[in-house]
Design a protein around this ligand. Sequence first.
Ligand code: GRF
Length: 206
Amino acid sequence: MSSVVVLISGRGSNLQALIDAGIPVTAVISNVAGAGGLAIAARHGIPTLVVKHGDFPTREAFEKVLAAEVDRFAPTLVAHAGFMRIVTAGYVERYAGRMLNVHPSLLPSFTGLRTHERALAAGVKVHGCSVHFVTPELDSGPIVIQAAVPVLPGDTVEKLAARVLRQEHVVYARAVKWFLEVRLVVANGAVSVKGNDAQFVFDASP
Ligand code: GRF
């Protein structure tokens, strides 16, 4: 039986989308106590854990405990869903090829934080989100699926973020399903899907 451990830091709307899509989430781990996603998990009877990064002297010490907790559930996939920690190469290596992240930009544009603000400042007309395998370099692993949305006149960070978030929920669930169905193929850093499902979504609605 396949299973997914979801790592979060906040609200948990992507977690909710995975649950709603029927993804077998067996545990939710947060590095922030009181993260909204913990309550979502609890409502669905999913075990939750908090491993606070601030309790540890180094990134490695934090990740050692985090990985021990993740491994207790022996997940098929580790899904970062709004997990706001930069992870070390050692941690990434442990879950190589079975760790996904959702990022709120059309990678490789706008890696890192404040993506919507930076997209507006750059004046781009198309923005979006990406689901990618996690590799040691931040937000740079092989891209599984992307969704594009328009940047509209009068957009604020909040409006744009909401438009992108709707698509995050669509593409993250789709990517995780593909992974669990063993349909993702990575070759030379590019991901294809057995059966040729659409790896690109464009939603023009405001
Ligand atoms: C999402 O936009 C995700 O892409 C980003 O942080 C946000 C988390 O939202 N890294 P949620 O906690 O899933 O609602």
